[in-house]
Design a protein around this ligand. Structure first.
Ligand code: SF4
Ligand code: SF4
Length: 496
């Protein structure tokens, strides 16, 4: 997939009075690293001018729906459980009525791989539609924080040196801080139960210092991101943005400037004289009137007329901006539009491509395996872990003792009693402090146990045994385990 960096070594085709560096000089592409850097390396603050149009309206509707979903998801309940609660402290993940534990490794792995493949597929098909339409960074920045900024500081000005009064700036920061605090609670509701969060909100911070610290740190992080870091997150920190060029192909849907129709650009369409570098004098002017509306509206500060760039988040604001210009000058809309590299080169758009077919096939297979595994998952899980400390002990009666830890998970809504016994090695016994082990509803516990086995059972320092776990509803789970002991000769000596 062809893409051009922001800097191509050409003079930037913008009027100097419309885009000035912080040092008051017009920027050039010579040596440009990022669209948000001035030539002296200082930051160029982006204050995009909003451009009304069908894409902005559609994105605004999508954004408000997503914000509502984001706020309500942790509060909604299904089967008496939160719709989504990623309780890391309790190591329980409630998602859409199902509860997952760290022992559900296969399900979690399938979910992770499926998620990545879905992102790959979506990007190959629809380009950066996630970034421009649904990413929380874009949604909150463009439809919450920027409108508030415009409310207090006014519409973006061509001259960035125009001062904003301290009262307006302070008022904006206060509103930002209140919003960040609210968002921090909304965000944390995904990780701590609503009841616990309420106790954090209404209780004294002295009673829950860790919870208080988490809220404060999250609030500061949100404030830093939306108040200061902003588009830098997309440009320099987001790994998805960095990887998109390997996920796209020439038929992926992306946003393009129609170079053939727009060039040579110039202020007056009737004139045959355009920019000296780009337009020979005997070529009729293109539709681009070089108004720079597509640039001043861009939230990442790029000029889409330089081609597809890594910084383009696919927000379509430049389409709305240019369509309005085309309307005004009586030219057809779509000088900037959703298209593909193939489309811009005059080739036929192909929906069916190997990656667009293969990704969904693999995703569907994974989804099938996930569903079958989920449906056939029992209410209990047993994991055997080797005990801490020395691997084995030779007991005074000559038997070999191994310490094991039995991790028991109960997914039922009521408590369950489990019992353990050893099988597979003659005369092996299992002792636990508590042979009837109770596991509360929806919890996991670790029970310590000792296995005593005759030394004669060990060959080359190992003996294979099974730990059998029985429980309610006729549950019987058998887990293999390798006991360790002395090498055969030592064991035989010990056994004599
Ligand atoms: S908004 Fe359209 S006409 Fe104006 S500079 Fe951009 S591409 Fe050219
Ligand atoms: S170039 Fe257009 S689509 Fe890309 S980020 Fe800028 S305004 Fe959005």
């Amino acid at each position: 997939m062809e893409s051009t960096p922001s800097g191509a070594g050409e003079p930037l085709a913008l009027p100097a009075h419309k885009r000035l560096d912080n040092d008051g000089r017009p920027p050039t592409l010579q040596g440009t690293v990022l669209s948000t850097l001035n030539s002296d390396g200082s930051r160029r603050w982006i204050k995009p001018r909003p451009s009304t149009g069908c894409f902005l309206t559609a994105r605004r509707i999508v954004a408000y729906i997503l914000i509502a979903i984001f706020a309500l998801m942790p509060l909604a309940r299904l089967n008496g459980r939160p719709l989504i609660l990623l309780d890391i402290a309790a190591r329980e993940f409630h998602i859409l009525g199902a509860t997952f534990y760290p022992t559900d490794t296969l399900l979690l792995a399938l979910f992770a791989v499926g998620t990545f493949l879905t992102i790959f597929w979506m990007t190959a098909f629809l380009g950066r539609v996630w970034c421009g339409w649904a990413c929380p960074q874009t949604v909150y920045m463009e439809f919450v924080f920027r409108p508030i900024e415009r409310l207090f500081e006014g519409a973006p000005r061509a001259n960035s040196a125009s001062p904003v009064g301290p009262i307006a700036r302070t008022a904006k920061l206060i509103v930002y801080a209140a919003l960040a605090l609210l968002m921090a609670h909304m965000f944390l509701a995904y990780f701590v139960s609503w009841d616990l969060l309420k106790s954090w909100i209404f209780g004294s911070p002295i009673k829950h210092p860790i919870g208080f610290a988490v809220v404060v740190i999250t609030t500061i992080a949100i404030l830093f991101d939306f108040g200061y870091f902003r588009e830098q997150l997309c440009l320099v920190a987001c790994p998805y943005g960095r990887m998109q060029s390997v996920m796209l192909d020439k038929h992926s849907l992306t946003i393009w400037y129609d170079h053939r129709r727009g060039e040579p650009r110039g202020k007056k369409r009737a004139s045959t004289v355009s920019l000296p570098v780009l337009a020979p004098t005997n070529v009729p002017p293109g539709d681009c009137i070089d108004c720079t509306m597509c640039v001043t509206t861009c939230p990442t500060g790029i000029d889409i007329r330089n081609g597809l760039q890594m910084e383009c988040i696919g927000c379509a604001q430049c389409i709305d901006a240019c369509d309005r210009v085309m309307e005004k000058i009586g030219r057809p809309k779509g000088l900037i539009r959703y298209s593909s590299q193939a489309g811009m080169q005059g080739e036929k758009f192909r929906i069916m491509r190997p990656r667009v077919v293969l990704y969904p096939a693999v995703i569907l297979t994974l989804a099938l395996i996930f569903t079958l595994t989920l449906l056939n998952r029992g209410f209990a899980d047993v994991t055997l872990l080797r005990g801490l400390g020395q691997p084995f002990t030779v007991m005074p009666d000559g038997q070999i003792r191994n310490n094991i830890r039995v991790k028991l998970t109960n997914r039922r809504d009521t408590a369950a009693i489990f019992r353990l016994h050893a099988d597979g090695v003659e005369h092996a016994t299992l002792t636990t402090e508590n042979r009837a082990i109770e596991v509360p509803a929806g919890e996991t516990i670790i029970a310590n146990a000792e296995v005593h086995a005759p030394a004669a059972a060990f060959h080359h320092g190992q003996a294979r045994i099974s730990i059998v776990v029985s429980g309610p509803e006729d549950l019987v789970l058998r887990r293999p385990f390798v006991l360790v002991g002395p090498q055969t000769n030592q064991a035989q000596e010990s056994g004599r």
